[in-house]
Design a protein around this ligand. Structure first.
Ligand SMILES: *Cc1c(COP(=O)(O)O)cnc(C)c1O
Length: 475
C-alpha cells in the first residue's frame, strides 16, 4: 500500500486550529450559528464513496462556521471552563498521533511513566499524602465516582463485606452523607454505584453553601452503620469551600472507636487547585485528612478536554476497587502505577500526558499564578458591580466565582430578566456568563477560570453586562 499522506490533512487542521486560536481575543465569544441551521447543513446521507482527507478537513472547518462557542476565550465565564495552554494542547495532539492505549507499563512504557510523574506532581501541588495514587479519568464526574466507589469498598470491607465480590444484595446498609449543595455528579455517582440517590443523607449548609459542622455531627449521631461523607471544595455557583478541618474533626469523633467505619471524600472539581496557591491554601486547611479526592484538570488547570483526576489515599483500596486483569494482558510491573488499576476505563487515551506538559510549562509558580490571577479578576468583577442599581453580588468571593443577582427593572420577573441578560451577552459577543438560581434568587454566574483572562477582559465584560442589564426587554 502507498504510504498515507498524513501531512496534507494535518497541516490543514493545524492551520485551521491556529486560525481559531489567533482569533480568540477578538472574535465573538458565543456561537452565532443556530443548531437547526447546522443540522440542515450537516445532516446529509453518508456517501457511498469516501473522499480525500484534506477535503474532509477543509469542509469540516467550513461547515461548522459560526457554530463553535469560544469556550477557550479569556471572556468566556460560563459554567467552570478553562482553556488550554500551548504546551497542553500541543501534547494533546501528540497523544492522538502516538495512539498509546495507556493501561499497563509493559504495553506503553512512556505514556504510563509520564502519567505516573504527572500524578506525583499533582499530588505534591495539591498537598495530598505521599502514598496517594492518582488516575486520570474523563472528568469530575468519574473522579467523584472513583472516590465514592473506593469509599463504598473500604467501609463495607471494614464490616466484613466484600462488595467487589458480592455486590450490594444483602449488604449492610451504607449511608452517604452529603451537603445540601453537593454537585449533581455526586448523586449521579450513587446511581451508578447501585446505592441510589436516596442513600444520600443531606446535611444543612450555611448561606455560602458550606456544610455546617453541627449539622454533620447531628447526621452522624443518627447512623450506626458504614458511612461515606462527601465534602466539597468549590461550590459550582459561589466557589465556597466546606470547613474541611472542622468537618473531619467531627468525623474523627464519630469514628474514634472504629476508624474504618467512615470514609471522607472531597469533591474539589475546581476548588482543590486553590491549594497550589499559598494565599488560598488555608481555605482548604485539613483537606489532606480526607480519604479520596476528585478534581479536574480541564477546569482550573487549563488542560484540554477531557481530563479529571481521581486520587485515593490508600493504594490498596484504589486497586481493589478498580483493578482488572485478563489472560491476554501482562501482569503489570509492581514498581509502576498502571492506569488499569486506578481508573474505571479499560482501553484509554493517555489523557495525563497533557497534564504533564501543562505542569512542566507552568511550573509551581505558573499554577499558583492562574489561581491568584483568576481570583483577583473575580474580586474585580465584584468591586465593579457593587453599588450598581438592581445588581447585587450575593456570594463572598473567596475564589474565582461571582454570583450576580439582577433585579428585573420592571419589577416583574427576575428569572426572565437574568435569562434575557445572558442571551443578550451571548448575542453581543463580548463575553459569556450563564444563569443560575442561588438560594432562591435568579442570578448570573461569572466563573473566571481561563489562564489568559486579563484586566481589559474584565472591564469590557462588566461594561457589556451592565449594557445588557439596562437594555429594555425586546430591544
Ligand atoms: C464541574 C464539577 C463537577 C463535575 O465535573 P466534570 O468535569 O464536569 O465531570 C463536580 N463537582 C463540582 C463541584 C464541579 O464544579
Amino acid at each position: 500500500m502507498d504510504r498515507p499522506d498524513w501531512a496534507t490533512p494535518m497541516h490543514r487542521a493545524a492551520e485551521a486550529a491556529l486560525h481559531h486560536l489567533a482569533e480568540l481575543p477578538d472574535a465573538p465569544v458565543g456561537a452565532t450559528a443556530d443548531a437547526g441551521g447546522l443540522l440542515d447543513r450537516l445532516d446529509v446521507p453518508l456517501a457511498g464513496e469516501g473522499c480525500d482527507p484534506a477535503t474532509v478537513v477543509d469542509e469540516l472547518v467550513a461547515d461548522v462556521a459560526g457554530g463553535i462557542t469560544r469556550m477557550n476565550s479569556g471572556r468566556f465565564f460560563g459554567w467552570v471552563i478553562g482553556g488550554s495552554t500551548p504546551a497542553g494542547l500541543a501534547a494533546d495532539w501528540l497523544v492522538s498521533a502516538w495512539e498509546q492505549n495507556t493501561v499497563l507499563v509493559e504495553a506503553t512504557p512512556a505514556t504510563v511513566v509520564l502519567e505516573q510523574v504527572a500524578g506525583r506532581w499533582c499530588r505534591e501541588l495539591l498537598g495530598l499524602p505521599a502514598a496517594t495514587t492518582i488516575g486520570f479519568v474523563t472528568g469530575g464526574q468519574m473522579a467523584n465516582w472513583v472516590g465514592l466507589a473506593a469509599g463504598r469498598d473500604a467501609v463495607l470491607s471494614a464490616v466484613g463485606w466484600d462488595v467487589e465480590a458480592d455486590g450490594l444484595q444483602g449488604a449492610p446498609r451504607l449511608t452517604v452523607v452529603v451537603g445540601d449543595e453537593a454537585h449533581g455528579t455526586v448523586a449521579r455517582s450513587l446511581r451508578f454505584l447501585g446505592l441510589g440517590e436516596r442513600a444520600a443523607r443531606r446535611v444543612a449548609v450555611d448561606d455560602q453553601g458550606r456544610m455546617r459542622p453541627e449539622a454533620l455531627d447531628d447526621a452522624l449521631a443518627g447512623i450506626d452503620g458504614p458511612v461515606v461523607v462527601a465534602l466539597q471544595a468549590g461550590n459550582v455557583n459561589s466557589g465556597a469551600v466546606d470547613p474541611i478541618g472542622a468537618l473531619v474533626d467531627v468525623v474523627d469523633r464519630h469514628r474514634a472507636a472504629d476508624p474504618g467505619r467512615i470514609w471522607v471524600h472531597l469533591d474539589g472539581a475546581f476548588g482543590l487547585w486553590a491549594v497550589a496557591s499559598a494565599t488560598h491554601a488555608p481555605l482548604l486547611s485539613g483537606h489532606d485528612r480526607c480519604d479520596s479526592w476528585a478534581t479536574d484538570a480541564h477546569k482550573w488547570l487549563n488542560v484540554p478536554y477531557d481530563c479529571g483526576i481521581a486520587a485515593v489515599a490508600d493504594p490498596g483500596v484504589h486497586r481493589r476497587t478498580l483493578g482488572v486483569r485478563s489472560s491476554y494482558l501482562p501482569a503489570g510491573d509492581p514498581r509502576f502505577v498502571h492506569p488499569l488499576d486506578v481508573t474505571p476505563e479499560h482501553s484509554r487515551r493517555a489523557r495525563g500526558v497533557p497534564v504533564y506538559a501543562t505542569l512542566r510549562a507552568l511550573g509551581r509558580t505558573g499554577v499558583a499564578g492562574i489561581v491568584e490571577r483568576t481570583c483577583a479578576h473575580a474580586r474585580r468583577f465584584r468591586d465593579l458591580l457593587t453599588g450598581v442599581d438592581g445588581v447585587e453580588v450575593c456570594n463572598e468571593v473567596v475564589l474565582n466565582q461571582v454570583v450576580v443577582a439582577l433585579a428585573d427593572p420592571a419589577g416583574a420577573d427576575d428569572a426572565a430578566h437574568v435569562a434575557a441578560v445572558a442571551a443578550r451577552l451571548w448575542a453581543d459577543g463580548t463575553c459569556v456568563a450563564t444563569p443560575t438560581s442561588w438560594r432562591g434568587r435568579s442570578a448570573l454566574r461569572v466563573s473566571v477560570s481561563n489562564w489568559t483572562t486579563d484586566e481589559d477582559d474584565v472591564q469590557a465584560s462588566v461594561q457589556a453586562l451592565l449594557r445588557a442589564h439596562a437594555t429594555a426587554p425586546g430591544a
